[in-house]
Ligand binder design. Structure first.
Ligand SMILES: C[S@@+](CC[C@H](N)C(=O)[O-])C[C@H]1O[C@@H](n2cnc3c(N)ncnc32)[C@H](O)[C@@H]1O
Length: 276
């Protein structure tokens, strides 16, 4: 595989670790966990709390997002997928998705990819054991990313690609389609893509979703909410949408651990697509 990503892509990549500045992953982690003792600094907690003020339901959205990813990884492992690439992995979070995969695929391999140095440091310290690898890369340079990933897994075999709460950080739709097209080009038939994405569409508080997104842009990072119609073309040609697009809460029949009440549907969309 050669590098040579499209010219619009940024040259640089890693978000350097600086405890005086916040970044996406620790704020996300703080909002989701909401308990002291997590790896969040004051700036991360302040930013997360400011966003929660506008969108107090966000904590549940993030928890439901994780529950969906757990169900999706469990399903893929049950279908025989034994190697995963978790792009935009975020801070290592319990229950670890690789442990869920390992329950059904004891020899599975898991590659956690992120462009935030703080995340990478945390993954390198995570108790993954054999078969869990960390890659520092930016999804906007997908060939560079994949070149690093193939040091750990064999992409000629079916692979589970997980893009949890990542694509709303890629703002230009053309760039997003280009990224997904690159993954589709290298993914073997039988591979799966698992995606979750922030939306203003499905929840009962669209105004709060917009206000929360605006506060998030001010405090953390730019974010692009998208509707189902904008996401649907991502997995057209070469793929079959096996689940979704739909609300994270609905897909794969939520287990009893769900924290959301149906009528309060979350502002998050999800889908699983298979390479055919
Ligand atoms: C909101 S967190 C989601 C974490 C986890 N996947 C989940 O769904 O709970 C998004 C993660 O994507 C990472 N990220 C953002 N932009 C990225 C990029 N261009 N390339 C790689 N990772 C990126 C962030 O550092 C962060 O860890």
């Amino acid at each position: 595989m050669t590098t040579g990503d499209a010219s619009q892509a940024p040259d640089s990549i890693l978000v350097p670790f600086d405890p005086t500045r916040t970044s996406i992953a620790p704020v996300y982690d703080w909002i989701r966990a909401g308990t002291p003792g997590k790896d969040a600094f004051r700036v991360d907690r302040d930013a997360g709390d400011a966003v929660l003020k506008e969108a107090p339901w966000l904590r549940e959205v993030l928890r439901e997002n994780w529950l969906f990813l757990e169900r999706a990884v469990d399903l893929l492992a049950a279908l025989g997928i034994d190697q995963f690439v978790d792009v935009g992995a975020g801070m290592p979070t319990k229950p670890y998705l690789y442990e869920i995969a390992r329950t059904k695929q004891p020899d599975m391999r898991w590659v956690a990819v992120d462009n935030d140095e703080r995340v990478v440091i945390n993954w390198r310290a995570a108790p993954g054991g054999d078969g869990v690898f960390t890659v520092a890369a930016d999804v906007r340079l997908p060939l560079d990313l994949l070149e690093k990933v193939v040091k750990h897994i064999d992409l000629s075999k079916p692979t589970g690609f997980v893009f949890g709460a990542l694509f709303h950080f890629v703002h230009d739709p053309k760039e997003l389609y280009r990224i997904v097209a690159t993954f589709k080009r290298v993914a073997a038939v039988g591979s799966y893509f698992v995606v979750t994405h922030a939306t203003q569409q499905t929840g009962r508080d669209p105004a709060g979703a917009e206000a929360g997104a605006q506060r998030y842009r001010e405090k953390v990072a730019d974010i692009t909410l998208r509707e189902e119609a904008e996401l649907e073309p991502l997995f057209g040609a070469g793929c079959q949408l096996t689940h979704g697009w739909g609300r994270t809460i609905d897909l794969l029949q939520p287990n009893s651990g769900g924290v959301w009440h149906d009528q309060e549907a979350p502002h998050a969309l999800a889908a699983i697509a298979k390479m055919i």
